[in-house]
Design a binder for this molecule. Structure first.
Ligand SMILES: Nc1nc2c(ncn2[C@@H]2O[C@H](COP(=O)(O)OP(=O)(O)O)[C@@H](O)[C@H]2O)c(=O)[nH]1
Ligand SMILES: [Mg+2]
Length: 461
């Protein structure tokens, strides 16, 4: 399917002929709430909602004006700022309107109700950005960067998301795709006219063109891990035998009581995850029992952790109780995971004090008294820093795992493409690579991919 046909088909499927409305600012009490309307009828709907001396029709696009907003029955809802945007020069690419009204839910709900009564429908999660993508205002990689920017909690995350939003990834990927298509066209010419062609395209020449793309992919992937960790946060998993104080440590690090702490071993039955910022790094701290053993004894002997979380972790906090012997399960765990991304902790040192010089690489802490906690925070931040590849790497415009995975697949496919193969085989390989590149920017993408990306967005974005 060609790109524009593809878009038309999608537009009708997602109903983007409708006009949608949503609260675009955060829900709750605040000074200002922003209600956004987008779609072909947005101006007509706003015209019916604005009354008084200032008429909506008289407003110039992109100029704010103070208006009276009227609900059903002509009742005044609020005095608010209104601004209209004329498509395609708007976020969504469609005609749209923003009302900047007084904050709090009563006002914004009444404004939304009025828009709904005049024929708008409620926007689904990410629908404004989805429309921006479908109307060519953003490519898919930029749309994902919007989501990362909205969710950024650290300066590092904000910078990484902005790098993705400036369109650098789409431009680079598209340039690479074009040059590969050129190569493919030449190869196809050689297939169709084997006698005429060939002079200009030796195996060496093909190899150097493929190598060129490989180098560009490598450059994009370099720093991607760091950018992704900045956007998504580093996963730090707490592991250790039951009752050593993992959940207490989790709560102390977070300064809250998210995980349940009891004197009965084996209380934490499910993984609990919470975010915190350490030294400017976003950390997703996970407390998990992981093992759903029914027998009390197995649980007593085991180490609580979840393989699933460990596999996707960036750092593991291994907790051992001060003054206790190492259990077999603990030694086994350390033998399996004890290299690289491990921070070792000795817990409950208020009960069994351990001088630093006897701690043997473990950090002595007490969740009860707070002893050792600043040092543990620094150690986690340092481990996260080294997991992200150090501070020196340049930022990458990659902002989602999806983009990283597609870039990696493209690299593997290119590596496997052998310049000595017959031209039709190389052309088919190049096709595969181009498909991956097109998926990054959304030139090609299934409805399911779009659904999964945009459903993660907030409503109103
Ligand atoms: N004295 C003291 N007790 C602790 C400390 N940390 C945890 N505990 C106690 O140890 C028991 C088990 O703690 P918990 O955090 O649930 O351990 P988990 O099973 O590893 O998650 C509870 O009774 C806690 O109150 C500590 O630093 N000092
Ligand atoms: Mg626990």
């Amino acid at each position: 399917m060609r790109q524009d046909e593809n878009l038309t088909a999608r537009a009708s499927k997602t109903g983007s002929g409708d006009t949608v409305v949503a609260l675009s600012s955060a829900r709750g009490v605040g000074a200002v709430a922003v209600v956004r309307l987008s779609g072909p009828d947005s101006w007509a709907i706003a015209r019916k909602m604005v009354a008084g001396r200032k008429k909506f029709g008289a407003l110039s696009p992109r100029k704010m004006a103070l208006c009276n907003l009227i609900g059903g029955g002509g009742e005044l809802i609020d005095r608010a700022l209104a601004v209209k945007f004329a498509g395609p020069a708007s976020y969504t690419g469609e005609d749209s309107v923003e009302f900047h009204c007084h904050g709090g839910l009563a006002v914004s709900s009444a404004v939304i109700d009025a828009a709904l009564r005049h024929g708008a429908r409620s926007a689904t999660a990410g629908e404004f950005t989805r429309r921006a993508f479908l109307n060519g205002r953003l490519d898919l990689a930029q749309a994902e960067a919007v989501d990362s920017l909205v969710h950024a909690r650290t300066d590092e995350g904000r910078r990484a998301a902005l790098a993705g939003l400036d369109g650098g990834l789409g431009t680079q990927v598209e340039a690479m795709r074009r040059s590969l298509i050129e190569l493919k066209t030449e190869l196809e010419y050689r297939i169709d006219f084997p006698d005429e062609a060939g002079q200009g395209l030796s195996a060496e020449k093909i190899e150097s063109l493929l190598d060129d793309s490989l180098a560009k992919l490598a450059a994009l992937l370099q720093g991607a891990r760091r950018a992704l960790l900045a956007c998504r946060g580093a996963v730090v998993v707490i592991a250790g035998a039951p009752n050593v104080g993992k959940s207490s440590l989790f709560n102390t690090l977070l300064g809250s009581n998210r995980a349940i702490v009891t004197a009965t071993p084996g209380t934490t039955r499910d993984a609990v995850e919470s975010e915190l910022v350490l030294d400017g790094h976003l950390v997703r701290l996970v407390d998990t029992a992981g093992l759903r053993e029914s027998s009390g004894e197995a649980e007593q002997m085991g180490v609580e952790y979840s393989r699933h979380y460990i596999a996707s972790s960036d750092v593991v906090l291994f907790v051992h109780e001060a003054g206790s012997d190492f259990r077999r399960a603990e030694s086994e765990f350390l033998a399996e995971y004890g290299h690289g991304k491990l921070v070792r902790v000795l817990s409950k040192v208020d009960l069994n004090p351990v001088p630093d010089d006897e701690a043997e690489g473990f950090i002595p802490v007490s969740a009860k008294t707070g002893q050792g906690m600043p040092r543990l925070r620094r150690a986690i931040a340092t481990a996260v820093e080294s997991a992200t590849g150090g501070s020196g790497e340049k930022t990458s415009p990659v902002t989602s795992l999806r983009q990283q995975k597609l870039l990696e697949e493209a690299r593997e496919l290119l590596r496997a493409a052998c310049p000595a193969n017959p031209p039709e085989i190389i052309a088919a390989d190049i096709d595969e690579v181009c498909t991956r590149l097109s998926e990054i920017t959304g030139r090609i993408s299934g409805e399911d991919v779009l659904d999964s990306i945009f459903s993660r967005f907030c409503i109103g974005k």
